[in-house]
Structures are given as C-alpha cells and as structure tokens.
Ligand binder design. Structure first.
Ligand code: IYR
Length: 228
C-alpha cells in the first residue's frame, strides 16, 4: 500500500513520441549535426560587440533542458554584464592564475598547456559582453535550515554546461570553458549561498575579427570508441 501523506506524489505520465525518421534521414541528420558541432572551438579572443540579453536567456533555457539526477536540476547560472563586476572577476582570476602558473601547477601540466599558449592573463573576462558562471547546487536548503540531497550533481551540471556550449555554438556565438583555480572567489564576489559551488566560468560573445585558435585535431572515432 502506498502511504498516503509522507511520500512525494508521482508525476503524471504522458505519451511521448519523436517524428518517425527514415534510416537515410537518420544518417543525413547525424552527419550534418556532427559536422556542425565539429566547427565549435574554444575561443579566447572575444569581440566586445554586445549580445542581447534575450539571447543569453534562451541559451540558459536550452542549458536547463539537460537531464539531471532525480530531475533536481542542481544548477544555477549567474550572468554577469556589469563592467565593474567583470573587472573584479578578472582581477581575482588573474591573481589565482598567476599563482597557479607561477608555482601551483606541476611541470607536466605546464608542459601540456604550453602548446596552447595560455598564461595567467585573462583579458577576455572583461572583453566578452557576458560571463556565465555555472554553479552546482550540492544540496537544497529546506525552509527549516536542513538539507535535501541532490544527486549526481557533477554529471548533471556537466551535462547542462555541455548543452549550454552547444546552444552558444548553434546561435553563432563563441565561448570558453574557463576554470580559474581555485574558484571560491566567485562565490564571494557573486554573494552565492552556502549550497552552491562554482563549476565553470564561461565568457560568451562574438569572436574578435582577428580571433585565432590553435590548429588542433580531434581524436578519430576508432580512438574514442570500443564496440561490443
Ligand atoms: N585554468 C588555467 C589553466 C588551464 C588548464 C587547462 I587543463 C586548460 O585546458 C587550459 C588552461 C587557465 O584557464 O589558464
């Protein structure tokens, strides 16, 4: 017997279908989507050209369609446009990054990064019109102050961040998955509650007219798959 009062009520279930697609069409669409996503690149050279807020709102709606553990949707997207706050974020990020590049990162890590030409300087944090800081919500606070669990938070938030990046690409904009480390300065600067932890800092905008990206190749299917 299901208990009457204590259990969370079940969702109402409803039919769900996708359009019936022929095999030919499946091949065509999957190839086209791969080709489209293969054009996505992490970009560090941003234009300061403005992007309307309504666009960012749609990108976040798209990110919020990601699957999540027990449908808890354990993410908060903090969106920064204010130049003064962007400046504070840049200063704090560069301070941490200077320490990291200076002595915190082991030689092998620096060696792996060297071909990409990254360093402690993060001008894009002020140039890009928008910064999106993705926070993971490690629990939900109840009104009485106790904590309700979220599940698979890293997986869920990683998926939402992935959806966000593909939405940004689809819209025609570029982004960088930036991970200043440690990131707790973002909790402070954005005055986030105790249940949230910064996950990724993503500048979003148009690429600079002279933007350049490294000529890197992706692994081939044979190298990223095993078939049984
Ligand atoms: N967080 C630093 C270092 C860095 C680390 C990795 I792994 C990268 O792929 C790129 C950079 C930075 O943002 O510069």
């Amino acid at each position: 017997m299901p208990s009457e009062s204590s259990a969370t009520p079940s969702y109402r279930f409803q039919p769900y279908q996708r359009p019936n697609v022929s095999e030919t069409e499946l091949l065509h669409r999957s190839e086209a989507y791969y080709q489209h996503l293969d054009q996505r690149r992490s970009v560090r050279d941003f234009s300061d050209r403005p992007v309307p807020r309504a666009v960012i709102e749609n990108l976040l709606r798209a990110a919020g369609t990601a699957p999540s553990g027990a449908h808890k949707q354990p993410w908060t997207f903090c969106v920064i446009q204010d130049p003064a706050l962007k400046h504070q974020i840049r200063v704090a990020a560069e301070q941490e990054e200077a320490e990291s590049y200076g002595h915190r990162m082991p030689p092998e890590w620096l060696e792996d990064l060297a071909p990409l030409g990254t360093d402690w300087r993060k001008p894009f944090l002020e140039i890009a019109p928008w910064l999106i800081v993705v926070f993971r919500r490690i629990y939900e606070p109840r009104p009485d102050g106790s904590q309700r669990n979220n599940y698979y938070v890293n997986e869920s938030v990683g998926l939402a961040a992935g959806f966000l990046l593909t939405a940004i690409h689809e819209a025609g904009l570029v982004a960088l998955t930036h991970t200043p480390s440690p990131m707790n300065f973002l909790t402070k600067l954005l005055d986030r509650p105790k249940n949230e932890r910064p996950f990724l800092l993503i500048p979003v905008g148009y690429p600079a007219p002279d933007a350049r990206v490294p000529d890197i190749k992706r692994k081939q299917l044979e190298d990223i798959s095993a078939w049984y």
